[in-house]
Design a protein around this ligand. Sequence first.
Ligand code: IYR
Length: 223
Amino acid sequence: MQEHERVSYSLPALDPEASIANARAFSARIRQRRTCRYFSEEPVPREVIEAAIEAAGSAPSGANHQPWHFAVVSSPDKKRAIREAAEAEERAFYESKASEEWLKALAPLGTDADKPFLEAAPWLIVVFAQRKGGIDEDGETRNYYVTESVGIACGLLLAALHEAGCATLTHTPSPMGFLREICDRPEYEKPLMVVVVGHPAENATVPSYALRKKPLEQIASWL
Ligand code: IYR
């Protein structure tokens, strides 16, 4: 049988009071996160983006294959190209492709086909899911639980950016194949979402509907 090296693992000891306090403190901070649709042009240091992506890259993943790639866009030309392609798709979505039911569900959010934030915000992180490639990114090895893995990584990314004081928006133009071309990514990578990163515009608002979060009693059951 093949030998697989193991290394020891432990965490700093926390007494129950400290554990509860830390959990509550994190919960209180992350519950301040909002999806922001109005961004200023105020810069965000590249180091913030690097550290947040490193945090995202620590996510658990199927067979530890880490099937994600983060294409970080800041060039005005690329941002404009993404905005133009996304708005073309979004116009088709809002004008004809979306069902009445879908449009009704979106109405409280006040979204439309205009996506100025794709140019205003300093950073767009285009998240790709690697359908194959394995840990060595050989382009062939099978990957597992790809959507789940990249979803968790995106959650960590949003949390890390929020902790750094950044506003974020998860944008999912549909279809979004154009992102592969603009970001020059291989065919076996599937664009999953654009994470827009920056600071809220001075007059930024969020829909009060977005503040309605399901309470603990509704989202958890104890068996
Ligand atoms: N992709 C579109 C529509 C959209 C869909 C859902 I579901 C949302 O939660 C928000 C928007 C857009 O970006 O406008």
